[in-house]
Design a protein around this ligand. Structure first.
Ligand code: ADE
Length: 317
């Protein structure tokens, strides 16, 4: 299905702009894997330059339909989010969205190419700090780390502002889907891989779920998504509030007291929300609470969040 989509004349525009040649891609090593996908580090040669990229691939002959659809969705989204790019132009997107480099066809395999982010995903970054850092700032890490985390949070808000402008709903805003680039910027990514790698623990198939959407990241989802399967840019804002909580807990798992996922809907519809952690500054918790308002219209806009995070960075100095 995937290969035929890529050969379909209707998709020619997306395709032509983004296809790279197999011989321009040199695979270095494997850096991650899930059940259906894996990611390799690779070098991509372009006309005048070479880029280190992460190349994600699924086995087109083995993966099920949902996986293929996720993969396609990611390819389409990334190409929509990026202007045409040639070798001489600098990265063409928002600095907080992972840079897309196109894709390569190799027999029955498709490689999706994005900028390589050497510091890995934000969730791992946070939890390795928890194990390493000495406490002194409000989040229980050094004051410098504190500021860096808030800068990441600002970056994600900035990415959400761009997604809103492009009318893209991400649906899976979470620390595991934010990568830290070589210049230590937060880059929102993954319109599908985390689902594969983190399937067991974070993605759950709901009993009231319609259609064949695959398992869902329920602990990051807005109440109306859990209830009605609705995803809007306002539900991404809810998830952003959960991401802030992940930062405050240094990579903790949301709703730590909740053992059965099924209880979540009842608990949230009764108006309950996660408490403020001791490590979480009051004004940061206030932002989370706004993101978790029952009324989607009452939640902040991404541009408000950028402003809030700027204020937080400044007050933590
Ligand atoms: N793992 C998944 N995607 C990655 C990327 N772009 N850079 C580094 N590691 C990754």
């Amino acid at each position: 299905e995937l290969i035929s989509w890529l050969h379909d004349p209707e998709n020619k525009d997306v395709i032509r702009k983004w296809e790279r040649k197999r011989q321009d891609l040199t695979i270095v090593e494997q850096i991650g894997q899930g059940q259906f996908c894996y990611v390799v580090k690779a070098k991509l040669r372009m006309q005048t330059s070479q880029h280190t990229v992460a190349a994600k691939t699924i086995r087109a002959d083995q993966a099920g339909e949902v996986v293929q659809r996720d993969f396609l969705r990611e390819t389409k989204l990334l190409s929509d989010l990026h202007l045409p790019q040639d070798a001489s132009s600098s990265p063409s997107t928002n600095q907080n969205i992972i840079q897309f480099y196109g894709y390569v066809l190799d027999k029955a395999r498709v490689y999706l190419l994005v900028e390589y982010a050497p510091y890995g995903d934000l969730r791992n970054y946070l939890s390795s700090c928890r194990h390493r850092c000495q406490s002194s700032g409000p989040l229980g890490v050094t004051a410098e780390q504190d500021r860096e985390f808030l800068r990441f949070a600002r970056g994600v808000a900035n990415a959400l502002a761009e997604l809103k402008r492009k009318k893209v709903v991400h649906r899976d805003v979470a620390a595991r889907n934010v990568l830290i680039s070589a210049d230590r910027e937060a880059k929102i990514c993954d319109f599908g891989l985390a689902r594969d790698i983190y399937t067991e623990s974070e993605y759950v198939k709901l009993s009231n779920q319609q259609g064949d959407d695959g398992p869902l990241p329920i602990r990051w989802m807005a109440l109306e998504s859990l209830q009605d399967g609705a995803f809007t840019y306002k539900t991404d804002i809810w998830s952003y509030g959960i991401l802030l909580w992940e930062i405050a807990s240094l990579g903790g798992r949301p709703y730590p007291g909740l053992s059965a996922d099924k209880q979540l809907i009842d608990w949230l519809s009764a108006g309950k929300r996660m408490d403020r952690l001791d490590s979480c500054p009051d004004h940061m918790y206030k932002v989370m609470q706004k993101c978790w308002m029952k009324d989607p219209a009452a939640r902040p806009d991404p541009t408000d969040l950028v402003q809030d995070m700027d204020n937080l960075v400044n007050t933590s100095e």
